[in-house]
Ligand binder design. Structure first.
Ligand code: MCN
Length: 752
């Protein structure tokens, strides 16, 4: 496939400033909570105020509903008689959640009724007055205590996986549950149009998915539903699917024939937006005495929460990525997703891959300790060779291209690894109160997930500007900037004269949304190909008009013309006028396969040996996502991803007590970091293009979350390694570290 050039004066590869920020900074792009019907500028909307919906939720984790007090404006499951809401592909069709709880409730936060009133305050007051009587049932708080397997990933049966091992290590790792906690909570504005259609404004990553989900539950043809995504305050995977609340609010707006808005409070969001991760990982690693791995056996119990959503299926990616960047000849793998009485599990930045990276990187550290070599040395001994053609792993992943040793050596050089180790030794010798730790983690992940295709069109307008339509849906990633760069590179039209439209199911004909770091490689390649097709049309038009050979017609500033003859140039305005049909092209780019970005993260931490408090001192990464269209945006993704990944290692955990009652229901309890908690991240990249798409680009949206977590976990444990500490589960909270340090010190002193 032809590669688009990323150098030599091209706009591709340049740090073009984000075009989307100005409007956001001055509040010119309203969020759901700000929308007013009169400002929407859409035909066929009623001229009336917006009503408010507030959900009444279960306050017990498990139980039988005995009664729900009704009243005007209060609706329960029987009133609405809606079908169950499906999780959506690729989850199996059997993965569903009732739109409102019927006979039983499954978690604290389970919606049991909904109240509609004219104002948010009135709706909230009325909701408080609804009395829900529930007979409690025993509740399961943790996957390790659940026997109810709802789904199993196809096992990889390799009974002799450990047969050749000279040493065998076993361990159990907890990959704790975390929350997406986007700045903007979930919400929806549903407006029944005067034309009989239903108009929905939803802060979602997948407008077409929500359209399909709502339309099917309401029994409407999907073209009768229009979904528009307003400004969205973060999604991080958790806004990727249709929620029960979406369906209920849309159904009620239609039934009551009123515009209806629902927006969660922060506490509701912490209870009700899907949580993520939540795996109990048992692993056995076999190796030779020199540390070369001979086999890996993994058995996972994955938390599903009360109802199966996409999270129950994500062990598919954990299995796919289980061997990471290493030569692991044999793999035995099984994973069962089990029901608990907690919030349903969904996707969160990395979705199944951070769990795999954490597992294999912990295994590598344990192996290094067992063999008695440095954590970097054990990785060198086991890293996969570089490859520019497909490498197939024992779990069936088809890595497209990679140079793993290169990113690791580069990261070690940039961070000054040897000097750091020397400093650590010195500080240990001195008996410093502050313990220094260094963690190195390699990662590889799979991007371009979901359907392997997406849509774009490019049209030249009569004033010489261009309009791009795209089927993916930016919610912070900056597609307007990068897609206008891509179209500009093909057409020579300045990127600021290229409008990029996404996230409106009436304007864009089709698309699959933004998740799984798919948008640049699939959506961006579709823009590239559509723009190339428009260029081709323009060249033919000009050749006809100028009576020249189409091969001799080339791009020129502002249009096209015969090579070497600038006076022959036809401007885009002239070309549009010459064309009998719109000067436009559509393209459905199908990559046919997924791409596998990779890299190395290094964390340096200090642990206060008296309090167990951790400070991240440095975090450096070398990420490789192939060619980069906009380094500024890619770096922004690296930063955001690292912040989320470090937070899983050190602070974040959705906690439940033994009765499955949630303990982290606001930002006082759930530790979301701010910039103040971080050092300045040192982000670097190497470039190993993928052959899979014309841009040579892989995804970068999730890489930071996947690579940083194991590096930080490793660094903290490394700080304590001279005390004999080998593993501590995340989050690495001060109390856990203090206990590990005290325990180890007591043991050293002969205590118990
Ligand atoms: N990019 C680039 N060169 C590359 C790869 C990407 O210039 N080789 C640019 C892209 O053009 C795009 C951005 O980097 O502007 C991310 O592209 P990509 O890796 O294709 O990821 P997506 O656009 O598909 O975004 C999805 C990804 C996911 S899965 C989560 S979760 C996540 C993330 O993006 N959620 C986010 N980043 C987020 N950023 C914000 N602000 N908010 C979220 O909710």
């Amino acid at each position: 496939m032809t590669q688009t050039h990323t150098s030599g004066g091209s706009i591709l590869g340049n740090a073009v400033l984000r075009r989307e920020d100005a409007a956001l900074l001055v509040g010119a792009r309203p969020f759901i909570a700000d929308l007013r019907i009169e400002d929407l500028g859409i035909d066929h909307l009623p001229d009336r105020g917006i009503f408010s919906a507030v959900f009444v939720r279960s306050d017990v984790p498990a139980g039988r509903i005995v009664s729900i007090s009704g009243g005007e404006g209060v609706f329960v499951a029987d009133d609405l008689a809606l079908p169950d809401v499906t999780a959506g592909a690729p989850a199996p069709p059997s993965f569903t959640q009732p739109s409102l709880a019927r006979e039983t409730v499954g978690y604290v936060g389970d919606p049991v009724a909904v109240v509609v009133a004219e104002s948010p305050a009135e709706a909230a007051d009325k909701a408080e007055q609804v009395i829900v009587e529930i007979d409690p049932l025993p509740a399961v708080d943790h996957p390790s205590r659940s026997a109810e397997v709802i789904w199993e990933v196809e096992p990889l049966d390799t009974p002799d996986a450990l047969a050749e091992a000279e040493l065998v290590l076993t361990a159990e790792f907890q990959n704790q549950k975390i929350a997406a906690a986007p700045m903007e909570t979930n919400g929806l504005l549903a407006v029944p149009g005067t034309d009989g259609r239903l108009y929905l404004w939803v802060p979602t990553q997948c407008p077409f998915g929500v359209r399909a989900g709502v339309a099917s539950c309401l029994g409407m043809p999907s073209d009768q539903v229009r979904v528009i995504v307003p400004a969205t305050g973060g999604g991080f995977g958790a806004k990727g699917h249709t929620y029960s609340e979406h369906v209920v609010v849309a159904a009620l707006a239609q039934r009551l024939d009123v515009p209806l808005r629902w927006i969660e409070t922060r506490t509701e969001n912490m209870l009700s937006m899907s949580h993520a991760r939540g795996q109990v990982q048992n692993m056995t690693l076999g190796a030779r005495a020199d540390g070369s791995i001979t086999g890996l056996s993994v058995d996972i119990k994955a938390d599903t929460g009360a109802y199966p959503k996409i999270g129950a299926w994500l062990t598919t990616y954990t299995k796919m990525m289980a061997t990471g960047t290493y030569k692991v000849p044999k793999v035995d793998f099984r994973a069962g997703s089990v029901i608990t009485n907690t919030t349903p599990i969904g996707a969160l930045r990395g979705a199944g891959r951070p769990e795999a990276a954490a597992l294999i990187e912990r295994a590598m550290d344990l192996l290094a300790a067992e063999v008695g070599v440095d954590q970097v040395e054990i990785r060198r001994r086991n890293l996969l060779d570089s490859h520019s053609e497909n490498h197939i792993t024992p779990t069936g992943a088809v890595y497209d291209s990679g140079d793993y040793l290169n990113t690791m050596e580069r990261a070690l050089e940039l961070v000054g690894y040897e000097d750091l180790r020397a400093e650590q030794a010195e500080r240990r010798d001195r008996g410093d109160r502050t313990l220094m730790g260094i963690g190195v983690a390699n990662y590889i992940e799979v991007t371009g997930n979901g359907p392997s295709f997406d849509y774009a069109s490019v049209q030249i307008n009569s004033d010489g500007s261009a309009t791009v339509l795209s089927g993916v849906s930016s919610h912070g990633q900056g597609h307007v900037t990068t897609y206008s760069q891509i179209a500009s590179a093909q057409l020579g039209i300045p990127h600021k004269m290229i409008e990029v439209i996404q996230s409106d199911t009436d304007v864009v004909p089709r698309g699959n949304g933004t998740y799984g770091s798919r948008s640049l490689q699939l959506g961006g390649s579709a823009v590239d190909r559509a723009a190339a097709a428009v260029m081709e049309k323009a060249r033919k038009l000009a050749a006809d008009h100028l009576e020249a050979n189409p091969e001799d017609v080339v791009a020129m500033p502002g249009g096209v013309g015969v090579a070497g003859s600038p006076p022959s140039a036809l401007s885009w305005t002239e070309l549009v006028a010459l064309s009998e049909e719109p000067l436009a092209a559509e393209y459905d780019f199908d990559q046919g396969a997924r791409s596998f970005p990779f890299g190395t993260h290094v964390a340096v931490v200090e642990v206060d040996s008296e309090t167990g408090e951790v400070r991240l001192v440095r975090h450096l990464c070398v990420d490789d996502c192939g060619n980069v269209i906009n380094p500024l945006l890619a770096e922004g993704q690296q930063h955001g991803g690292i912040a989320q990944g470090v937070a899983q290692a050190l602070w974040e955990e959705v906690a439940f007590d033994a009765d499955a009652v949630p303990r982290t229901t606001n930002f006082g309890d759930y530790l979301i970091p701010s910039a103040a908690e971080f050092p300045n991240f040192e982000t670097h990249r190497t470039t190993t293009p993928t052959p899979l798409n014309p841009l040579g680009a892989k995804g970068i949206g999730e890489a930071g979350t996947i690579g940083s977590t194991p590096a930080v976990q490793s660094a903290v444990i490394d700080a304590l390694s001279h005390l004999g500490v080998r593993h501590i589960d995340m989050p690495l909270a001060p109390e856990k570290l203090w206990r590990a340090i005290s325990g180890a010190t007591a043991e050293c002193n002969g205590g118990g």
